[in-house]
Write a protein that binds this ligand. Structure first.
Ligand code: ADP
Ligand code: ASP
Ligand code: MG
Length: 413
């Protein structure tokens, strides 16, 4: 008998009809002889609505109260899904994160899992029930309700799969898998059948929302294979797995874009040891998450440093840098929010020259200016104007032959 963890995202349980369809799928899985554990997100856009409501009510919003509020969304969903299962004769029991044994740290609004006890989930399974667990929540070491953060239900599912030694962990969503790029943007995007954890992590880190990055990190660390698939068509989706020796190595696996960062440039810094250390230590102390960093070669012992930070950390960044200008001996700081990062990802680029050239030439041919460039062994990212980002994704997707009906491509000179 196999044990399967199935996680359903917000759109998959958005209304009564969707909830009944999820229940029917659980019944089908059980008829195959499998044991099922469900993880459910808040219905539809409920998490967004609760966040907006909190903003309307309060400018203070203590983390403890935010978590009490947001976790109500998932709590409602698990009760309804359990009722729909009871209706079709499938014994089920709903569990909040704390009832399911998710112990977390005390970091409200983005708590980290410390331990998953899971005794009640095991007993429910042994009693022949389907445990229906509220995603993205737990109980802190201080005894308070905690929320794991946006997209945390994927992590709940992976953690349960690991704790139970489940045979598979299925993440059901509103698209049929992970695509070569966002299918809302490029309708010709194709579904990726198998992708390695390393490639998936690079895609998550550069703007692919599905699955949530933390869940892929957790799965990669604990060797839990993931299957991302559709709760609408139920067809086989994308497997995210450890890199296999015979895995088909695509030169480019996917293209992502991320408009959530802003660019900051500190001008005319003296070119001497310690300057970058002082600058980035001060930002770290302000909890700013710096992403790309580019330092120009120096002219007359002066250099510029540009870097990107999330939009909502820009204010803290500028406050920090402005306070340091004198100490650093810089001439000034400027910022731009209207940028986006476009990235091409693929493990095959390690052994394939010409990918960077092909990317830059394609952007140039479409008159898209590159502001910053950064690379890893399996990714090349360019910062471009936000207004050009979607067009950049479309032309690169075509250039690298990723769409249905696109021709195979050569990258060489
Ligand atoms: P859920 O709420 O089901 O957990 P999300 O709404 O967070 O899922 O993410 C699913 C959405 O991610 C899809 O509707 C799709 O438009 C978008 N998306 C963006 N890039 C990709 C990609 N490369 N592959 C698949 N989906 C993507
Ligand atoms: N409902 C929460 C969110 O939208 C948690 C989740 O779905 O993973 O972020
Ligand atoms: Mg979601």
């Amino acid at each position: 008998m196999k044990t399967v963890v199935q996680k359903f995202g917000g759109t998959s349980v958005a209304d009564a009809d969707r909830i009944r369809q999820v229940a029917d799928n659980v019944a089908r899985t059980r008829r195959r002889g499998d044991r099922v554990v469900l993880v459910v997100s808040a219905m539809g856009k409920e998490t967004d609505h609760l966040l907006a409501l909190a903003k309307d009510v309060s400018s203070n919003r203590p983390g403890r109260e935010m978590d009490m509020l947001i976790t109500a969304g998932e709590r409602k969903a698990v009760a309804l899904v359990s009722m729909a299962l009871a209706d079709i004769g499938v014994p089920a029991a709903s569990f909040t994160g704390s009832q399911a044994g998710f112990i977390t740290d005390t970091n409200h609004t983005s708590a980290k899992i410390v331990e998953v006890k899971g005794d009640r989930i095991r007993s429910a399974l042994e009693a022949g029930q389907v445990p229906v667990v509220a995603g993205s929540q737990g109980y802190s070491t201080d005894g308070d309700v905690t929320f794991l953060g946006r997209g945390g239900s994927d992590t709940t599912a992976v953690a349960l799969a690991e704790m139970l030694g489940a045979d598979s962990c299925e993440l059901y969503t509103d698209v049929s898998g992970v695509f070569t790029t966002d299918p809302r943007l490029v309708p010709e995007a194709t579904k990726i059948k198998r992708i390695s954890f390393d490639e998936m992590l690079e895609m998550c880190a550069t703007g692919c929302p599905k699955p949530a990055m933390r869940s892929v990190e957790y799965a990669s660390r604990h060797g839990v294979s993931l299957h991302v698939r559709s709760a609408f068509t139920w067809e086989p989706g994308t497997w995210i797995v450890e890199e296999e020796p015979d895995m088909e190595q695509a030169v480019i696996r996917g293209i992502t874009h991320d408009p959530s960062q802003a660019k900051v440039t500190v001008a005319s810094l003296p070119d001497r040891p310690g300057v970058a250390g002082t600058l980035f230590r001060s930002l770290a102390e302000r909890q700013v998450n710096v992403d790309m960093i580019v330092q120009n070669t120096s002219e007359d012992h002066k250099t510029d440093i540009s870097f990107t930070v999330p939009h909502d950390e820009l204010e803290a960044t500028l406050a920090g840098v402005n306070g340091l200008l004198g100490e650093l001996g810089a001439s000034g700081v400027s910022a731009s929010s209207d940028i986006a990062r476009v990235s091409v990802i693929g493990a095959g680029m390690k052994s394939h020259p010409g990918v960077a050239a092909a990317m830059f030439e394609t952007l140039a041919a479409n008159e898209i200016n590159i502001d910053m460039i950064s690379t890893s062994t399996i990714r090349i990212s360019c910062v471009v104007a936000e207004a050009d980002a979607e067009r950049a994704v479309m032309v690169l997707h075509k250039r690298f032959g990723l769409g249905q009906g696109d021709d195979a491509v050569e990258f060489g000179g």
